[in-house]
Design a protein around this ligand. Structure first.
Ligand code: SAM
Length: 250
C-alpha cells in the first residue's frame, strides 16, 4: 500500500527483513542488493518508510529508510518491537531430496520451528548434493514471513552412521519408521521436554541395518505416522506439526 510515509505492509503482513548485522538504538543497516531491490522496486518504498529488521540475536527492530539510491538502501533502527526469543531446540534430520521438494522442505520446516536442518546420507539416498545456500535462502524467506526471530542453521550433509556414532545423549530422536512403530501421538504423550530431533528416511526408506542402528540408541523414540507411506517431505512436515502440537513452546 502506498501513500504517506508509513510502515511497509506486504501481502503477507508487515515487511520483515533478516539482516546479518548488529541491531540497536540508532544502528544503521545497509541492505543487500536483492533486499534493496525488493524494498525500492517491488514495495516502492522511499526515504522515511519503515520496515522491521531481525538478525537472530538482537530481537526485532522497527527501522526507517534513511538513505535510498536506485541500488542501495540504508535503514536506521528506531525502536525495539520484540525481545529476542529462541525457538524450540528441534533438529530435522532428513535424507536429501530433489531441488523443489528441498526448497519446500526448508520453507515449511522453518515455519514449523526447527532450529537445525541436518541433511544425512543413507545407503538408499539418491540425491547426494545439497544446495545449502539455496536452502538457507528459502529458510530466511520463511523466517521473514512467519514472524520468527531466528533462522535455522543449515548443516553440511553427513553420513548417517557418523551422525549416530556422535549422537548427543540428551537429544531425543523421533524416528519416523514406516516399517511399524507406535502412533506418534501415543509415543509423544508425556514426552520429555529436552532437545529433540525428527529423523526422516530417503524415498527408498532406511535399510534394515540402518533401522537397527537408529533403534539401538537409548534416546530413540520410534513412531508411525499412520498406515499410509508418506513421501519424505510430507512425513517430515507431519511429524514436525504433531511434535509442535504436543511438545512445542506455548
Ligand atoms: N521406501 C519406503 C517404503 O516404500 O516402505 C518408503 C520411504 S518414505 C517415502 C520416506 C521416509 O518417510 C521413511 O523412511 C520414513 O522416515 C517416513 N515415513 C513415510 N511414511 C511413514 C509412516 N507412515 N510412518 C512413519 N514414517 C513414515
Amino acid at each position: 500500500m502506498k501513500g504517506a510515509i508509513s510502515e511497509l505492509i506486504a501481502p503477507g503482513g508487515k515487511v520483515r527483513l533478516f539482516v546479518d548485522q548488529p541491531l540497536g538504538e540508532g544502528a544503521r543497516v545497509s541492505l543487500s542488493v536483492s533486499q534493496a531491490h525488493y524494498l525500492l522496486h517491488v514495495m516502492r518504498a522511499r526515504k522515511g518508510d519503515r520496515a522491521s529488521l531481525f538478525n537472530g540475536r538482537d530481537g526485532e527492530w522497527l527501522a526507517t529508510i534513511a538513505e535510498a539510491t536506485p541500488r542501495d538502501c540504508t535503514l536506521a533502527c528506531e525502536r525495539k518491537t520484540q525481545e529476542q526469543t529462541n525457538d524450540e531446540d528441534l533438529w530435522l534430520v532428513f535424507a536429501p531430496i530433489k531441488k523443489t521438494p528441498a526448497d519446500y522442505l526448508a520453507q515449511k520446516a522453518t515455519e514449523l520451528g526447527v532450529s537445525v536442518l541436518q541433511p544425512v546420507i543413507t545407503r538408499r539416498t539418491i540425491v547426494h548434493r545439497v544446495n545449502a545456500e539455496r536452502m538457507r535462502a528459502n529458510a530466511i524467506e520463511a523466517a521473514e514471513q512467519s514472524g520468527r526471530l531466528t533462522v535455522p542453521e543449515i548443516r553440511a550433509a553427513i553420513d548417517l552412521e557418523l551422525l549416530l556414532n556422535d549422537w548427543p545423549r540428551e537429544r531425543n530422536l523421533l524416528f519416523c519408521d514406516e516399517a511399524g512403530a507406535p502412533p506418534i501421538i501415543e509415543a509423544l504423550r508425556g514426552a520429555s521436554k529436552g532437545p529433540w530431533a525428527v529423523v526422516i528416511g530417503p524415498e527408498g526408506g532406511f535399510d534394515p541395518d540402518e533401522r537397527s542402528m537408529v533403534r539401538a540408541l537409548a534416546s530413540t523414540v520410534p513412531v508411525s505416522l499412520g498406515k499410509r507411506i508418506l513421501r519424505a517431505d510430507t512425513a517430515a512436515l507431519a511429524a514436525l506439526a504433531v511434535w509442535q502440537a504436543q511438545c512445542g513452546k506455548r
